[in-house]
Unconditional design. Structure first.
Lengths: 411, 300, 262
């Protein structure tokens, strides 16, 4: 039950927020017309809203603290949710995967539900799934906070745009080039920065991301500056000319394929010798080195593999929109991808897929909310870190067990 | 020569502004080891608050001096309140969490605040009223250094002196230094660490608010996104000087301000921000302890 | 038999103006248990950090004599290389991979003795699968040997304290070291756990494993070790058999202070 004391606390909080948000929320001045608009109704919203939110916030905080203390005393196994039980069972996992794939494949042909517009949005969502899975290798598995991930995405996009513009190279030729070039960039960037401590690494990657964007903006001879590159060719389909609608559906299917391939690869990487080394590195760097694991090599592998996927999706992005400019590659783009990983669950493949679909599709379908998209992304980062750092669907990695009868298989 | 002096002074002015923001980064980092990514937004909110108050007051015909004082006061009060509140919501629950969790939370807070101001106010650039008049006594050298620059330099110097006195000689300052050296120990000797952390955020935010007011009236326009770049640059300055060190933040800011000023003046203004980012990257890679910082040794 | 396995010559380590290690010589012979003791702050852990590559010593050198090959200098090697060459360690403040299971912790120890690549991980060819199976199997055998099978699938951080210490040893042994370095293995243990630990160390040594250990617990050191080195203020002040050390006046002075003489 909520006690009177709690209500009083919430009342104080709501008054505090009324004061705090007063200038920004209530007052709106027009210096040119010399008019002031007083939006008192906003203050009412703030008071009511913060009153209830503060009750919820403190309740959740309280529950979190009880849970941590319970976990510390060794009781209760964490996160045995329904989803987890489903997913830890190989058969039900296969069923889920196959049915999702069936829905994905059928999607462009669903009457009423789908249209070119819808398919386009889905394609975007799937691109973010792959970007999220790529960043997940770096942030989730290896524990390296990369805030400049969008730079590799830009490398891929510009690789295709420029090679297509200057040499007329096609999508399929550039696709691997874009991925490999981005991975190479990852290695070049990684060499100097990966020995830095976590938070400095984050800032340096952010710096690099911004430098690449600023260079693209200012080095007009190379990148055509802020006006960008247009008329990039769409992906070819065995030399057949596709109509716009067909091309959109074609790219959608390509993305479904890429998502499947990415899931397959990331899953295998995660359950490998290298994947174990990443997780160990995330848990304790010094102990990891003392176990004979080359810190640099392991980090570089994570960094460049993550960059590879970003490069691939960059190529797809350029081919899909047929126009790119540096404005698509701001820090906010990196932040969006990070939100996806954080919301879904760092290190969790299924979580990241879920996170991407929620964060990209929700604002699209709830048009009223679209305006609040970035506000929500920011809030997601804060709230997830405070209340559910493991994400909505925490990592369910393979747990290795020894079985004497059938040697070395998993449970 | 005159051009050189002009660049020198404009570099110092830039440096002074960076210093006001950089102090917040360095103090917070010193106390809780967090890169307060949302600090740039505190500065932006300071600029917005002073803009709103100054515009209202000038519409109602208040005298200039009253406008300056009240707008500055409002900026400080509200920025400090935001700083305090942010710490309580986004950082305090994460004290025991890994460092990166708090950093991610800070990034989230930064994005949130930017969009909060964007939605509640506007996405457009707003003209900031000219608060600082052209002083008559500055007339002879007005083509080299403006009155605003003078005010910025003087204000920053005064703010730095006050801060130094607070940190060095007051009880709260001593408690802050103790907390930054060893939080657990500080707690054991009876220092209310939560309060010290709050005070740190309040002081840092107030400084940023002053910076917000000054730079807004210097440049003449504001926008919801000004905090990001200013924040990154001030952070660069803080790292350059040695994060955690207050004199280092000032030194780093001046060095960064001068570098930017000369680089844009003599090399090219297209790459103004690239200089800052490159400096940030280079410093972090080659001398992460900065000019005046201590080397952190790893404990095994 | 009984050739030298580790030889440390004139190891010196300066931190700024402070000399944490001053010209320390030490050697370990094949199959021997050697202890390094000394009061708090004598520089024992610094010594370990120097020979395992976490610090780069200011002066001196470290040589490892591997069976069937010539000596290798460990100076300037990165920590992971040192482990690869054959020196594995535990930590004074336990450093397990807390979220991984006990078995997985040991599996990480196998990393430097296995070689599958990214390609192998993606294709999962026969050799990769066989290697994975062998990692799991040998890790399991290690747990049997150390007596941790009852915890095999537990998350490491949930283990009782003594078991965590033993797990660190298991993990280090999984790297197949020529020489095992134990940094205060009995720290914080109760008498029961300590005596189990002594048995464990003895059984490991009985298989021919050379061990160098840092320890505070004098009883444990006297029981276990064949030779003892004593450090104080970064210098080696004595070496010898437990009997010799017990009666060495310099050592007594270092441990009990000057007032004993008075």
């Amino acid at each position: 039950m909520i006690s009177a004391g709690e209500l009083k606390k919430s009342l104080v909080v709501s008054l505090w927020f009324a004061f705090l948000t007063f200038p920004i929320m209530v007052v709106r001045v027009d210096p040119v017309e010399s008019t002031v608009l007083w939006r008192w109704h906003n203050m009412v919203y703030v008071i009511v809203g913060s009153f209830f939110l503060s009750i919820i916030f403190r309740y959740l905080l309280h529950r979190r603290d009880i849970q941590t203390s319970r976990k510390e005393s060794g009781q209760s196994n964490p996160d045995q949710t329904l989803i987890h039980r489903w997913l830890s069972n190989t058969r039900s996992r296969t069923i889920i995967f196959v049915s999702l794939l069936a829905v994905a494949l059928a999607f462009p042909h669903m009457p009423y539900l789908s249209s070119t517009y819808q398919v386009n949005i889905m394609t975007t969502a799937l691109m973010y799934v792959v970007l999220g899975l790529g960043l997940n290798i770096v942030v989730g598995l290896a524990g390296l906070l990369d805030l400049g991930y969008v730079a590799f995405y830009a490398v891929g996009a510009y690789t295709y745009a420029l090679l297509n513009y200057h040499f007329g190279l096609g999508f399929w030729v550039v696709l691997p080039i874009g991925g490999i070039l981005a991975a190479l960039f990852g290695i070049i960037l990684g060499f100097p920065v990966l020995r830095l401590r976590g938070d400095y690494l984050a800032i340096v990657t952010l710096g690099f991301g911004e430098i690449i964007r600023l260079v693209l903006e200012n080095w007009g001879d190379f990148s055509q500056g802020p006006s960008g590159i247009s008329n990039i060719s769409r992906p070819g389909f065995f030399g057949i000319d596709l109509t716009l609608d067909q091309a959109i559906i074609y790219i959608y299917y390509l993305m479904v394929l890429f998502v499947v391939v990415t899931i397959f690869f990331v899953n295998r990487l995660q359950d490998s010798r290298l994947g174990r080394a990443w997780i160990a590195l995330r848990e304790d760097e010094i102990a990891c080195q003392a176990m004979g694991i080359d810190k640099m090599k392991t980090k570089l592998a994570a960094f460049s593999l993550g960059a590879f996927w970003a490069g691939i999706i960059g190529v797809v992005f350029a081919a899909k929109t047929t126009f790119i400019n540096p404005a698509s590659f701001t820090f906010l783009e990196s932040a969006i991808i990070l939100s996806i990983v954080v919301l879904g669950g760092m290190g969790s493949i299924i979580g990241v897929i879920f996170g991407a679909l929620v964060l990209i599709l929700l604002p699209e379908y709830l048009r009223a909310l679209a305006e609040y998209r970035m506000l929500a992304f920011g809030a997601v980062l804060v709230l997830m870190m405070v209340f559910r750092p493991q994400g909505l669907i925490g990592s369910i990695r393979r747990v290795y067990t020894y079985t004497p009868t059938k040697k070395g298989t998993t449970s | 020569m005159e051009y050189f002096i002009e660049l020198l002074l404009s570099g110092l002015t830039r440096g002074a502004i960076y210093a006001l923001i950089a102090l917040g980064y360095t103090m917070v980092y010193g106390i809780i080891g967090l890169i307060n990514f949302a600090h740039g937004e505190i500065y932006m909110i300071g600029a917005f608050t002073s803009f709103i108050v100054a515009t209202i007051l000038s519409i109602y015909g208040f005298p200039l001096l009253a406008i300056i004082v009240l707008a500055g006061l409002a900026a400080v009060i509200w920025s400090a309140s935001y700083g305090y509140t942010i710490e309580k919501i986004a950082y305090k629950p994460l004290r025991k969490a890994p460092r990166l969790s708090a950093l991610i939370s800070a990034i989230g807070m930064s994005i949130f605040l930017q969009n909060y101001v964007l939605l509640a106010q506007t996405s457009e650039f707003l003209p900031f009223p000219q608060l600082i008049p052209d002083f008559p006594f500055m007339e002879p050298i007005a083509h080299i250094v403006g009155s605003t620059d003078l005010v910025i330099l003087v204000t920053t110097t005064i703010a730095m002196l006050i801060l130094t006195v607070v940190i060095k000689y007051t009880k709260i300052g001593k408690a802050m230094r103790a907390t930054s050296q060893d939080r657990t120990m500080a707690m054991l000797v009876g220092i209310n660490v939560d309060r010290i952390i709050s005070v740190t955020f309040i002081i840092g935010s107030s400084m940023a608010a002053i910076g917000g007011l000054l730079i807004a009236s210097h440049i003449g326009q504001i926008n919801f996104s000004i905090g990001f770049l200013a924040g990154i640059k001030a952070f660069t300055a803080a790292v350059l000087g040695g994060i955690g060190s207050v004199p280092g933040a000032v030194l780093g800011s001046v060095v960064l301000g001068l570098t930017e000023s000369f680089a844009t003046g003599y090399v090219s203004s297209d790459y103004e921000d690239v200089f800052a980012f490159s400096l940030l990257v280079l410093i972090l890679i080659f001398k992460p302890s900065g000019l005046l910082g201590k080397v952190e040794s790893q404990k095994v | 038999m009984n050739g030298r396995i580790l030889e440390v010559v004139g190891l010196t380590m300066d931190f700024g103006g402070i000399r944490a290690l001053n010209n320390v010589d030490l050697d370990v012979k094949q199959g021997e248990i050697v202890a390094l003791i000394g009061p708090n702050g004598a520089g024992k852990t610094t010594f370990f950090n120097c020979i395992t590559g976490l610090y780069r010593p200011t002066k001196g050198d470290i040589f490892l004599y591997r069976q069937g090959s010539s000596r290798a200098s460990l100076k300037g090697m990165k920590p992971n290389r040192v482990t690869e060459v054959g020196l594995a360690r535990t930590f004074q403040n336990i450093r397990l991979f807390p979220q991984m299971t006990v078995l997985e912790n040991v599996m990480i120890g196998r990393h430097c003795r296995t070689s599958s690549t990214i390609f192998g991980a993606l294709v999962r060819n026969t050799s990769t699968r066989m290697e994975e199976d062998s990692i799991i199997e040998s890790s399991h055998r290690m747990l049997v040997k150390i007596g941790l099978t009852q915890y095999e699938n537990e998350i490491a951080k949930n283990l009782p304290y003594g078991a965590q210490r033993r797990l660190e040893i298991a993990r280090a042994l999984a790297t197949e070291p020529e020489l095992l370095l134990l940094d205060e293995p009995a720290a914080g243990m109760n008498p029961q756990e300590t005596s189990e630990l002594v048995n464990l160390i003895q059984s490991i040594a009985a298989e021919g494993q050379s061990i160098l250990l840092i320890e505070h617990d004098m009883k444990l050191v006297m029981n276990l070790s064949e030779r003892i080195f004593v450090m104080d203020y970064g210098k080696k002040i004595a070496e010898g058999t437990p009997e010799q050390i017990r009666n060495n006046p310099t050592v007594i002075k270092a441990y009990l202070g000057e007032e004993v003489d008075a």
